[in-house]
Write a protein that binds this ligand. Sequence first.
Ligand SMILES: NC(=O)c1ccc[n+]([C@@H]2O[C@H](COP(=O)([O-])OP(=O)(O)OC[C@H]3O[C@@H](n4cnc5c(N)ncnc54)[C@H](OP(=O)(O)O)[C@@H]3O)[C@@H](O)[C@H]2O)c1
Length: 373
Amino acid sequence: MKSVLILGGYGNAGFLISKFLLQQSTDVNIIVAGRRIQKAEAAVKELNESFPGDRASALQVDITDIPAFQKALKKATIVVNAASTIQFTKQITEEVLQAGLDYIDIHLSSPHKLEVLFGMEEKIKSAGCCFFTDGGFHPGITSTLVRRASEFYDELQVANIYGGLKIDWGAIEASPGTMEEMLEEFKHYSSLHYKNGQWKTMSWFAMPSNYDFGPPYGKMPCSPMFLNEQKVLPELIPSLRETGFYVSGFNPFMDLILLPLIMLFIKIPLRFFQYLSFKLFRLGFKFSKPPYGVRLITDCKGIKSGQERHMKLVLEHNDEYLLTAVPTVACLLQYLDGSIKKPGVWFQANAVEPTRFFEDMGRMGLPLRVEEG
Ligand SMILES: NC(=O)c1ccc[n+]([C@@H]2O[C@H](COP(=O)([O-])OP(=O)(O)OC[C@H]3O[C@@H](n4cnc5c(N)ncnc54)[C@H](OP(=O)(O)O)[C@@H]3O)[C@@H](O)[C@H]2O)c1
């Protein structure tokens, strides 16, 4: 039995990771950890009632309390970091490494986090540890989708991913720490996308292009959002001339009025402006309107058997946290059976074997639909 320590295991994403992991693998025990033991115990009760074998247990842990964190690590084989603790990446990595464990995080793709992890890669490798980063959905699957698409072509030329995120942001109960992390994403926003065989940026004032997501969402303006996992794609798929992740906004009031202010304020290193950005961000959530759901379309063009082929790979669900948890668990399943366990630091999206990854996701209720034409 492998023992998986899930930091933030009763949070929005962490609880679903716990649930799908117990459902998909009978060879694991999980430890649901966080600072509030009552919440961990309530989650464990629900999990053990749903899955046989009493394989979940609760643990009170604040990762900033180093001795307590070290004690928690003694119980585990791998750490799944689903806690809003990105600012502690260095301390966490050092402790996990010291304990000789493997690790996956689902944090946003921040340059600081990646600098820390890849800066320690040699130590991680020589300790024989396997670290996955940028797990989850975005980051987490955009480059896997393009790699999967390339399996349908002799020459894949275009693979643009459009993310229609119609989320009821106001209804999400995430902790202030998680909200701050979401806001942090804007500090490091990059519009890099690959066009005509070159990486390009898009000016903040350029009009986002409309993409038709089909009913019930229709056309939504989408802007490029670079994720580090995409950087290797032109090298992996030399025929590729165009790729990028184009994401829809929040709602018109947030996108047109509040976001430009937030983007400006968040870069001013004064507490007042950080606070103001946070308040405006939360205010903007209130203007989201139904229909709600997430639809991710990978729009592809290329050549198959001498003929032009146009197809779309579609992933969709109305629970954005399920979209985060299921790919993380699909990666863990490949790790647990040893097929992708290698010393080093790997992006989840590039470490996984794509065909099995999407098959496993389909089994968990998130099938990848292929639409021709
Ligand atoms: N890659 C993706 O696609 C994706 C999508 C969504 C979210 N995320 C990321 O996933 C993470 C979790 O998001 P969420 O929405 O699930 O957040 P959430 O519901 O607020 O859960 C955060 C969890 O972290 C725990 N936590 C916070 N600080 C901690 C500490 N010092 N020690 C131990 N536990 C701590 C919290 O419990 P206590 O406060 O009780 O300790 C809670 O269980 C965030 O980093 C977010 O950016 C990634």
